[in-house]
Design a protein around this ligand. Structure first.
Ligand SMILES: N[C@@H](CCC(=O)N[C@@H](CSS)C(=O)NCC(=O)O)C(=O)O
Length: 253
């Protein structure tokens, strides 16, 4: 099992615990956000095979997991939400527009609270209907899922992908955040970890183009289908509410 773990932040009364965790198989970032005062924490986009790693870290940091949050219904890996529910008793969260089931369904304007902190939910569809960006305004951070990747964006050629919708989501919602907002994506395929609104407004090779040119780019990406899509989509549609089939339990403890 290969994984990396980066960075922590925080000072002051409402101390934030922050970790950026990586799955080398699907190049997925999982984010641990915790409140050192109340000990409550959440995970954004946990990966099934690394749920035990994430839970172990949470225990080591003396935190209590309350939510396994999903930016959307991923096609390239199975969410760790279900396994984490069994390990920790947390609840699963996903957008009400995702078509997936979860303990809690959210939409634009909702807040996800953990202790003294809260994330504001923005609907940023286009890669899928249920894609959300979670804004952490207090710390000038946002978790963009697959809507905006560093110098890229989520593909729009399956699920409910729609390039024009994605373009509008990024321009009207994500690029409307303050320029210095730190943007944390759900994936990176080039070893990068974080970007800013300002950087992507200036440097994103797709999203600096006109809508017309963006749609043309997205229609011609010619990416191979994600290797795990056939098992990921059915499993993620229930977002950890039910027991995993036996064949998906290999290697889990
Ligand atoms: N090779 C990977 C899948 C890579 C991929 O398609 N990534 C998606 C996000 S996960 S559905 C994407 O939107 N990529 C955009 C891009 O420009 O790369 C696998 O087999 O899982």
């Amino acid at each position: 099992m290969a994984f990396r773990c980066f960075s922590s932040l925080g000072a002051g009364k409402n101390t934030l615990v922050f970790r950026q965790l990586f799955d080398c198989v699907s190049s997925t970032y999982t984010y641990l956000l915790g409140d050192a005062t109340t000990k409550k924490c959440i995970l954004i986009d946990p990966v099934l095979e690394l749920a035990r790693r994430d839970f172990q870290l949470i225990k080591e940091l003396n935190l209590k997991l309350i939510y396994a949050v999903n930016t959307h219904m991923h096609a390239d890996h199975i969410t760790g939400s279900g396994h984490l529910k069994r390990l920790s008793g947390c609840k699963s969260i996903i957008s009400k527009h995702s078509g997936a089931e979860a303990d809690i369904l959210v939409t634009e304007g909702d807040y996800i609270d953990f202790g003294n902190h809260k994330l504001r939910v923005l609907n940023t569809p286009g890669h899928t209907n249920g894609c959300c960006t979670f804004c952490f305004e207090e710390h000038g951070m946002a978790f963009t899922g697959d809507a905006l990747l560093i110098r890229g964006c989520g593909r729009t050629d399956f699920q409910e992908g729609d390039a024009a919708t994605l373009y509008n989501s990024v321009h009207q919602k994500i690029f409307a955040l303050p320029d210095q907002t730190l943007l944390y994506p759900a994936h990176d395929y080039n070893g990068l970890t974080v970007t800013t609104v300002d950087e992507e407004k200036r440097l994103n090779p797709r999203l600096t183009k006109s809508l017309h040119d963006f749609v043309h780019i997205m229609d011609n990406l010619k990416l191979g289908y994600p290797k795990q899509i056939d098992k990921a989509l059915p499993a993620n549609k229930v977002c950890g509410l039910y027991n995993l089939p036996e064949e998906l339990k290999d290697g889990l403890s």
